[in-house]
Design a protein around this ligand. Structure first.
Ligand code: ADP
Ligand code: MG
Length: 318
């Protein structure tokens, strides 16, 4: 039997929500179905796959439901870590079922499982000193100040649109369920894990984990996973076929292949990769390659097959 090759595939928001007009659960299921077809191609080609995914809009929806239900019906609110767990379950379900169905149609006997995944962060991470990730709905100033006082929230005024809660975005240190994920991969199960960057937890020093209100970048968490399982490939599937220099400018230049050293220089340059979108992907890949990773690829779902054949995508290599 040929040696197993492990790929960590981080799938972006476009794999679940195409645009603002297609956000229902049924639309998300259809979008998941398209992406999992391309992942099924990889599995058919012999890859063992662990899938990471984003959850930004989905967590936003869950929080909004929670806020409305609390206001209108006096229901208890759902804490952010639990919203993250809910989203891992629901998104995992859509990916798991669509991929399972696709594999069955192709006569491939393989199981797919979603692992509710916690990711350890450092309670001393400097990110906790400057919470910056907006979360949940808009509030008026009085409500924001009340929640700041009574619940210890950090709140900010968001460009004249109202007040919002902000949480920290600490770095991932460890995938808590790593041994489970590895055991599943080793026995040939396709694993869906570190959803939404994982549920951030801290260790109280006595062997107990506690969920916290924070958000881990999903590209960073997927990188952590790729390093931890010694992935042969770290693939970031997003909304663009390739990465560009001077993205969106007249002198834009698509990249076919760059080295780790080139990626570091371009990221440090600061002008090529947008902060909240492409920069974290390049950073995630740099960390993977620095830890001995073999090869990384950025492309969109529909081009995964062509990219793996060397025809497109942006490759980042040691
Ligand atoms: P995801 O949900 O996959 O994380 P993001 O929106 O966070 O998606 O990041 C992908 C987006 O990054 C692309 O759709 C593109 O608009 C943007 N982007 C920013 N800089 C670049 C660049 N240099 N090359 C290509 N895309 C870029
Ligand atoms: Mg993103």
């Amino acid at each position: 039997m040929a040696e197993k090759k492990v790929a960590v595939v981080a799938i972006g928001g476009n794999s679940l929500i195409k645009d603002a007009k297609h956000q229902t659960v049924e639309d998300q299921y259809q979008a998941a179905k398209e992406t999992t077809q391309h992942i099924a191609d990889m599995i058919e080609a012999g890859w063992e796959v662990a899938i990471g995914h984003g959850n930004g809009p989905q967590v936003g929806f869950i929080l909004r439901r929670s806020e409305i239900a609390a206001r209108v019906e006096g229901m208890h609110e759902v804490p952010l870590d639990v919203c993250g767990a809910d989203s891992q379950g629901a998104i995992g379900y859509a990916l798991q079922q669509t991929l399972q169905n696709e594999l069955f149609q192709r006569g491939i006997k393989k199981n797919v499982a979603t692992v509710i995944t916690q990711v350890l962060v450092d309670s001393a991470d400097p990110a906790f000193g400057k919470p910056s990730k907006p979360i949940g709905g808009f509030m008026d100033e009085a409500e924001a100040k009340r929640r700041e006082r009574e619940l210890g929230w950090s709140v900010v005024e968001d460009a004249g649109r109202g007040w919002r809660r902000v949480v920290a975005s600490p770095l991932p240190k460890e995938v808590v369920e790593l041994d489970t994920v590895t055991a599943l991969l080793n026995s040939g199960v396709v694993v869906i894990t570190v959803g939404g960057g994982g549920i951030p937890v801290v260790d109280d020093g006595q062997g107990n984990y506690h969920g916290i209100a924070a958000v881990i970048d999903k590209d960073f968490a997927s990188s952590q996973l790729a390093r931890s399982v010694n992935a042969d490939l770290f693939l970031i599937s997003t909304a663009v076929e390739k990465v560009a220099l001077n993205y969106g400018k007249p002198d834009q230049q698509w990249l076919d292949k760059i080295t780790l050293a080139e990626a570091k220089a371009l990221l440090a340059d600061g002008k090529h990769f947008a902060k909240g979108s492409m920069a974290p992907k390049i950073q995630a890949i740099i960390w993977y390659l620095e830890a001995g990773g073999k090869q990384a690829l950025i492309t969109n779902p529909e081009n995964i097959g062509r990219a793996l054949a060397g025809e497109t995508g942006t490759w980042i290599v040691p």
